[in-house]
Design a protein around this ligand. Sequence first.
Ligand code: ZN
Length: 246
Amino acid sequence: MTKRIPPVVMLHHVSDDPSHESLKPYSISHQSFLQLLDYLEEHSYQTVTFADLVHNSSILMLKQKKVILSFDDCPKHLFAFALPELQKRKMKAVFYMPTAHIGGYNEWDAAEGREQVALMNETDLKELCRIGMEVGAHSHHHIRLKEADVSIVQNEVATSKKILEEITGETVCSFAYPFGSVPAGYQQILSSAGYSYASSIYHPFENEFALRRFIYHDGDTSETLYRKLSFFYKYFRKLTDPFKTY
Ligand SMILES: [Zn+2]
């Protein structure tokens, strides 16, 4: 079933602010972002969200090439450039918010010496929904779930969903594991909490609750994008993804 899930791109920051250098490779330049969107347009990709797959599963039967764009952490500066560019092209994306940090900042990056950036607040999350984007959960505290006790994992997964649903009034159907850290028993935990999909980064066994994503960074070109978006790349990742995930 998961072989039909479109390729999922993992993005975080889109910024030309020199102070965001420390967030690379998770911060890409405006030019790199435009290169990605231009490539998708030129190659007739349709951007879809996990909510689209849930509400209209027949969308996967349609011939047009599809891709899911996902942004982790919800930095507020996405409203300055990335979101207007997506809207201009009528493209959609999924935005993953760690709910304890709504209106706060990326403490986990700052703890590692990276630049501190403001994250979206409740009004911003409502605005994302209003303009047709999907808001997904990224745990409550942005912790490594693989290292947490099962009761903590259950709480992180359920609390973040509940808070986002209260804010947006929309059902939250997808989750992204912070740091790509997939906990034991994840399929049972995520499905019991009411999610339909969850995004990982590396994972040896892809399924709907451990979807591989690829990182798009400033070093990517149309050639690397072609490879990363291909079925071959997904197959290659199956062979190379580490059994020991984060
Ligand atoms: Zn994150």
